[in-house]
Design a protein around this ligand. Structure first.
Ligand code: 8YV
Length: 330
């Protein structure tokens, strides 16, 4: 801390809208700067904004080495979310900047949205809504949907969110298979989830749901060859990160009806581009990256992020640390 900092409150930048209750709590100990616009900061804006901040609560903005270099007083980056693929954690660690995140509190919300997409696809909810609103009821028959009971759900990445999806699927009487680089014995015993290879999962599942973090290893995990293994009656759901899927390959598979449909909350580029061909397909249900977007969950995430910011600004260790090496080095 610099001498001037003792006399003034530490400065915290919040790059995305968060619950007022959380910003109020933060204001008790810090000077809080919010992003006044509905749009994310541009990189240039962010470079200026970070010049004198001590901590940042970060939305989906990319935070790289260049921005860290432009923020000499930065002690921590609190990711408002569970995924931290937008943060250069390696550089943060080398600069002794804590990176925190908000795991677990959003798992139910993301699992709910995953299931909402599964149900919307199976029972054609978005099409049915347009059918009724456009006055077609009584004039042409509405196509039949599909049962979930006795179908197979394939979970790719069985962590906290994947487990919550399984809990919901069990209530719908679905069979569960999963692929993960680590065996989840607990889920196997508790829910009868069967571990399989990715290839087997793609071949056997009626619904494939992606729940892996975005890393170098998971980028484009599902491409043309993987999609070709899926049943023509199967659906793909992605509430994790866009780049895990090859979006162009998915578009082609959907267009040529090689798979039945897709429910997507995340995309290669966000916001989705207006000329994105996927927007014209009828066998997709698209949502605007809103997996954690409920009142209760967003409040819990904001308070979790703020609590860690307060801890760090008071010289304590944060609780939800990504770069735990920094704790070990203390
Ligand atoms: C976003 C998410 O963080 O948890 C995540 O990683 O993708 C979301 O919860 C949220 O939309 C704010 O950026």
């Amino acid at each position: 801390m610099e001498i001037g900092d003792v006399l003034t409150k530490p400065k915290v930048l919040v790059t995305c809208p968060i619950a007022q209750q959380a910003t109020q709590k933060l204001r008790e100990i810090a000077e809080v700067k919010l992003n006044p616009s509905a749009h994310p900061f541009t990189k240039e804006q962010l470079r200026k904004e970070v010049a004198d901040i001590n901590a940042i609560i970060l939305g989906a903005d990319k935070f790289d080495e260049e921005l860290m270099a432009a923020a000499p007083r930065l002690k921590m980056i609190a990711r408002y979310g569970v995924g931290y693929d937008n943060v250069d954690v390696k550089t943060a660690t080398s600069r002794r900047i804590f990176v925190t995140y908000t795991p677990s509190v959003l798992s139910d919300a993301v699992a709910d949205l995953t299931f909402a997409l599964i149900l919307a696809l199976s029972r054609r909810i978005t099409e049915a809504d347009s059918y009724v609103k456009s006055g077609k009821w009584g004039r042409s028959p509405f196509p039949l949907g599909l049962d979930l009971a006795r179908k197979t759900l394939g979970i790719v990445g069985l962590g906290h969110i994947g487990t919550k999806v399984i809990e919901r699927a069990r209530a719908f009487n679905m069979s569960i298979i999963y692929y993960d680089i680590v065996r989840n014995k607990q889920a196997e015993e508790k829910y009868g989830a069967k571990p399989v290879t990715l290839k087997e999962l793609l071949k056997q599942s009626d619904y494939v749901s992606l729940h892996v973090p975005l890393t170098e290893k998971t980028e484009a995990l599902i491409g043309k060859n993987e999609l070709a293994l899926m049943k023509s009656t199967a659906f793909l759901i992605n509430t994790s990160r866009g780049p895990i899927l090859d979006q162009q390959a998915l578009y082609e598979a959907l267009k040529e009806k090689k798979i039945a449909g897709a429910g997507l909350d995340v995309f290669q580029h966000e916001p989705i581009e207006s000329n994105e061909p996927m927007l014209k397909l009828s066998n997709v249900v698209l949502t605007p990256h809103m997996g954690s977007g409920t009142v209760e969950t967003r409040l819990a995430m904001a308070l979790m992020a703020v609590d860690d910011v307060i801890r760090v600004l008071k010289g304590k260790d944060p609780t939800n640390v990504v770069n735990i090496e920094l704790l070990e080095r203390r």
